[in-house]
Design a protein around this ligand. Sequence first.
Ligand code: FES
Length: 944
Amino acid sequence: MTIPLFEDVGAVATAEPAVPPDAEGFALNGVWHPLPADPSLRLLDHLRTDLRQFGTKEGCRQGDCGSCTVLVDGEARYACLVPVGQVAGRSVVTVEGIAAGTQCGGRLQQAFLAHQAVQCGFCTPGMLLASAAAIDAGRVTDRASARDAIDGVLCRCTGYQKIVDAVTEVGCGVAPWPCTLPPGQGPAVGVPLTRLDGPEKVDGSQHFGADGWPVGSLVLRAVRSPHHRARFTFGDIDGWRAAHPGVRRVLTHADVPGLNLHGVATPYADQPVLAVDETRHYLEAVALIVGEPEAMMALDLQRFPVTWEPLTPVLTVDDATQDDSPVLHAARPDNILIEGLVRRGDAAAGLRDARYVASATFTSSFVEHAYLEPEAGWAQRVGDRVEIHSSTQAPHPHRADLARILGVAPERVRVVATAVGGGFGGKLDMSVQPWLALAAWHVDGPIGMVFSREESMATSTKRHPARIVSTMAADADGRLCAVEFDGDYNTGAFASWGTAVANRVPVHAGGPYVIPHYLAHSRAVHTHITPAGAFRGFGVPQTMMSQEQLIDELAHQAGIDPLEFRAMNALRAGDSLPTGQVLDQSVGLTECLDALRPAWREARARIATRNASAPGPLRYGVGIAAFFYGCGNTALPNPSTVRFGVRPDGTIVLHQGAVDAGQGANTVIPQIAADALGVPVDRLHIVGPDTHLTPDCGRTSASRQTFITGRAAFLAGTALRQQLLRLANAPADATISAHADGLRIEGRPLDLRARPADAHGYAVAAEESFDPPITALDDAGQGNPYATYAFGAQMAEVLVDCESGRVRVLKVVAAHDVGRMVNPTLLEGQVEGAVAQGVGLALMEQYHPGKHNNLHDYLIPTVHDMPEVRAIFIEAPTALGPYGAKGIGEPALVPTAAAILNAIHDATGVRIRQAPATPDVVRRALDGCMTDGVRARGSDHVHH
Ligand code: FES
């Protein structure tokens, strides 16, 4: 995949929609189309399947997400809910025609680019059309009406703030904010460069996993268990198939040519491609059906010949850890996937000798990723190779798994990453990929698969629910002296990333503080639930909701301002972690707290005044939470490799295999590489993630791509530069410039045409890897599990209605040490999007396994739930990172929910020990305190 650099897409539209010649058709983007034979067909299906207009996205098919918003005679409508017969004689505008088909569409596209209102881009077509309808109707006159314009469209990535900026700008007719173009000279690192892959996101041409399947593709569907746990037997599959003419093939586990297992567990993978004899979670698949699209749409899978014998499942950690609990994996007879431990000093003695002690039991819920793009992709056999095009955060690791499943060498599997419509950790695991590979192995021709929203929510990985019992203690001066932590994490049926959670949490459970006596223990426990896996933070955000409340309680007990308490105990360069690791550089926490202090003091004073005069049940509060977060895998190798080459004609090509799931790798990695080579970033031709074309850049996870792949890109750029300068006999500071007729060094042409090209077609090339230095943890959890850490703190202001228990987050100020800002606007976008997910984690998101697998029962924040967000960036560079940079993707989310819960306490005097803090949870907490007669500020108990 070559990523095109952006051009101005913002031509102001003047064209009128085509006038329909009769009522038996409709105008689509000004072009007349006859109606299909079936007028009850959904407009969405007609656009995507019949007309191959893939800009209109299918996120839920239920009118919940708004991704399929189109204009019908200028009004925003969900195409999934509109029968195509209803548009007879009318004009339909989709994102492909928005510039010409609306008055403001071109300017909106440009504003979305300029404000960086686009991350993954999956919601973008719907956002553009919803806002265009409102602007053209004159309904957008300020920020509030801009928010109203888009409140029917969900975005899981951006936090909406920059979208509202763009819509307000165009709606209010203010001077347009310009795109930030690649600098012609000077460094690109540090520049808020407009996303290089932005244009294809705003014009609808970017292909996600369900887009652009080859014409004639067959379709794959899965037969799934309707029970949490069941034994099953197949009936007459051949007879059933014979009765369904469009069905080409039915596949079961017996058709897997290699290993019927995949996943990241060690020492062995544990998730079956297709279940054998017994299913272990709701909607686990037992068979696959490949067939013609129409026949597959018409199939009633309830009638597939399989007999279920429901068995009693275990759904909670307690139920799964009884002596007679059913065992999910023979190799784990106690249902414990893994235990993590970090021990230092003598925690029991530290607690005994402490002056102030705070203890709590805290629980949190399963949380759904709710990326707007459901899992999707297509595959086909090409020669002796199987090629899988899919939405993935991990192309090379998936290739390795798929090769084992097919029983072939990895070279016989090619994984091409499509655009990814949000991942947040959920697309690290395989979903459609093994089934597509298996189907392509057995059936000729291209085959596609896309999960329904129900399948996506019921079977994708979740954030682990936590049950935490923890005690933290401080001495008479308010210095932290001990932590004792025990956390259980429900990891579901298969390992997924439960190991990573159980290993990461004990390292981080004490927070970013100096703690001499420390004991942190965790368990990941199997249950009959879809696996809990990686979700932005690997267990740390939910853990911090417990731990940072305890820190607050200690501060209150000691009579020290919560921010100052954190500053006093904060890790500084030279301090040791509970793992024994000495932090010798890049520790910017105190600077983050310093940056927050003015806003904190101002908010505290303002809120005290406001509450003194606030009548009725409304109470304001402000809370703070600090964090640290290790960038990269925990105590495991973590390499990335980047290839950089110059063709004989002077074309410079960067092969970067880091998947951009919306976070910006497609822009940030080229910024770093261009500076290392010493050319403007728009001189680079970029080849994106494809196991056939790009070296392994590892997974887009653990906040590692900017830090690790960025460093590999820096090394490759530096090595390529040195080779070019050597060839030209030029000094180290010589300029390199790229022109249509080739490269010039110090203005002199460098003719590469005579040089033999390597296997990749390059006259000069460099391939460099970076694997950050870490060490394994010993039995006591001692070692250096990460090469560098992100630090930061966030403060949240809330308004609590003590009568209803409803909490509204008004403002978040977030200070983050990012090492070095590579692209400040993309960093802001990460923070704003993370705050949105933090609001959901703290206040509303609660996934009930097997239930509510849709986006109207499972609620994620809309634009109206979002607070004002202000991001502050601190640069405490790490010598290991590219130009000093560290990660931001997960760090930005880690403290948000904790700060919100502390703000609720500030407002009400009650501690929330259960997340999410839905109105009923807050009400119960308030009622409990009322009953105890201690509903007042400072109700934290003091232990001497
Ligand atoms: Fe909105 Fe990803 S940018 S869902």
